[in-house]
Design a protein around this ligand. Structure first.
Ligand code: SF4
Length: 204
């Protein structure tokens, strides 16, 4: 919400352009509009309340995500994590109680609404309240690998067999075998952080 801070964190981005893009998306009728922000101690925890306050007027879902540790930045991420409980307490102290909404489905966010708000607030808590038990996601990376869990390094290579001319059934079998060996969740509690890639190399 602070133009200078946004410029620094994004290395050159202009927050006014982003906000006008979001408003344009709303005017064009795109739904739902979800804004994800990763809260990092010492960087942007002051922006939690102004971001949540956007939902009072706008029909957006503003979601706060706990930072996840990856490889060489694992220690930094652990030190910087702001847990959802703290985020919720800050919002409630400033803007009133967050009423939980029952939006069951495959969404990782727990969803709330501030009193009288048009939009909603989401809390995504992979560190403090993991939601792995209901996660069925596989991610396809830009270099053609199937990542079985965001926070594990295990991947299945699809690109090499595709380039070799693998048939549809062969690719299907690789996909199926990989899906069966999906882990049951991350291992952050055992201090096992993914090492091979960081978030921008996976795609979130
Ligand atoms: S299983 Fe992996 S990808 Fe799914 S929620 Fe847990 S950590 Fe995230």
């Amino acid at each position: 919400m602070d133009p200078q801070k946004f410029f620094r964190i994004t290395r050159g981005g202009r927050v006014e352009k982003v906000l006008s893009g979001i408003t344009a998306a709303e005017t064009a009728g795109l739904r739902p509009i979800k804004l994800n922000s990763v809260v990092v101690r010492g960087f942007n925890e002051d922006d939690v309340v102004p971001l949540a306050a956007l939902t009072l007027e706008r029909p957006w879902e503003v979601r706060f995500i706990e930072m996840m540790p990856f490889g060489s930045v694992g220690d930094f991420a652990e030190a910087g994590v702001v847990k959802s409980q703290e985020i919720q307490a800050a919002i409630e102290a400033a803007l009133g109680p967050l009423e939980p909404l029952d939006l069951s489905g495959g969404e990782p966010a727990r969803t709330f609404r501030l009193p009288g708000a048009s939009g909603t607030v989401g809390l995504i808590s992979p560190v403090s309240q993991p939601f792995c038990a209901k996660c069925g996601r596989l991610r396809l990376t830009a270099d053609g690998r199937l990542r079985l869990c965001l926070l594990r390094d295990d991947e299945a290579d699809l690109l090499t067999p595709l380039r070799r001319g693998a048939t549809y059934d062969e690719i299907k079998e690789i996909f199926r075998t990989a899906a069966y060996r999906r882990p049951f969740g991350h291992a952050l509690a055992e201090k096992m952080f993914p090492q091979a890639r960081v978030m921008i190399q996976i795609g979130g």
